[in-house]
Design a protein around this ligand. Structure first.
Ligand code: GLP
Length: 249
C-alpha cells in the first residue's frame, strides 16, 4: 500500500485527479470504475479542469460507478448515475454507450447485480478503480461485516449516510433506500486501485485502515493486501496516519 499525503486540500484534489488522467492518457480504451460522494465530487471537478488545461481523448474509455442507491430514480440528484453523468461522463464527452450503471429501479435487483457484475468484468474487467472511504470504513456499499469474498450484491446503507442523503435531497421517510454494490472480491480483482480520503472526519478510520488489522469489521482494511493500491490523503485525513509514518505517534 503506497501512502501519499498531499501538501494541502487543493493539491489533494489535483493529485487524485491526475491518477485518473494518467490512466486515460496511457490507455485510451481503459475501463475505469469511479465512486461518488463529497470526496470524489472535488476529484472529478479537478479531473475536468486537468482535461480543459491539457485535453486527452475520452471517446474510447468506459466508465462505471462501483455502487448505486436502490429505490431511487436516476433523475434524482443523489443517485450515483446522476452524479457521475454530470460530474464526469458529460463534461469529458464520454459516449453514453460506454457508461455502465445498474438500474436502481429494476424489478429484479438481484438479477441486476449479476448483469452489472458481468458488464464490469467483461473484456478483461476494469483497468483501474478509484475509491472513496466511508466514515465507518465501508468500500462502495460493502458495510462493516461484509465477507471479503463477497461479489456484487444488495447491501444496506449506514444510518449516517441515509440521514444525510434524506436531509440534502428531501427524500421522504417512506422511500427505503438500499445499496447496490460491486463486492469486495470484485474490487480486489482490479489490477490497480486508488483510494482518496480527506477531512478530519476520515482521520481515525484512515489510520485504522492503513495500520490496523485486516478485518471484515473494517472493509477498507482489505486494501492492505492489494498488490497495487495507493491511498491519497489530505493533511486533515492524514493527521493520525502521519504520526505513525514519521514515528511520532
Ligand atoms: C459513499 C459511497 C462510497 C463512497 C463513500 C465516501 O457512501 N457508497 O462509494 O466512496 O461513501 O463518501 P464521502 O466522500 O461523501 O465521505
Amino acid at each position: 500500500m503506497k501512502i501519499t499525503v498531499t501538501e494541502n486540500e487543493e493539491k489533494f484534489y489535483s493529485e487524485a485527479a491526475s491518477r485518473i488522467a494518467e490512466v486515460i492518457r496511457k490507455k485510451p480504451d481503459a475501463k475505469i470504475g469511479l465512486s461518488t460522494g463529497r470526496t470524489t465530487k472535488g476529484v472529478h471537478a479537478a479531473l475536468v479542469q486537468l482535461w480543459k488545461e491539457s485535453p486527452f481523448d475520452c471517446s474510447g474509455i468506459s466508465i462505471f460507478g462501483i455502487d448505486e442507491i436502490t429505490n431511487m430514480s436516476r433523475e434524482c440528484r443523489a443517485s450515483c448515475y446522476y452524479l457521475l453523468l454530470h460530474e464526469v461522463v458529460e463534461p469529458l464527452g464520454i459516449p453514453m454507450e460506454h457508461y455502465i450503471m445498474p438500474d436502481p429501479m429494476a424489478e429484479d435487483l438481484e438479477a441486476e447485480c449479476r448483469w452489472f457484475e458481468e458488464a464490469v468484468m467483461a473484456d478483461g474487467g476494469p483497468d483501474f478503480i478509484f475509491l472513496g472511504l466511508g466514515e465507518n470504513g465501508h468500500l462502495g456499499f460493502n458495510q462493516p461485516g461484509t465477507p471479503f469474498g463477497q461479489r456484487a450484491w444488495l447491501s444496506w446503507m449506514d444510518d449516517s449516510l441515509d440521514e444525510r442523503l434524506r436531509r440534502e435531497n428531501q427524500i421522504p421517510d417512506d422511500v427505503k433506500m438500499g445499496g447496490m454494490t460491486l463486492g469486495i472480491r470484485n474490487l480486489m480483482n482490479c489490477g490497480r486501485l486508488v483510494m482518496a480520503a480527506n477531512g478530519s472526519n476520515k482521520a481515525e478510520i484512515a489510520e485504522k485502515m492503513i495500520f490496523g488489522p485486516v478485518t471484515e469489521k473494517l472493509p477498507a482494511s482489505i486494501l492492505q493486501l492489494h498488490p497495487d493500491c495507493e491511498v491519497i490523503l489530505d493533511p486533515l485525513a492524514a493527521e493520525k496516519t502521519e504520526r505513525k509514518l514519521t514515528g511520532k505517534g
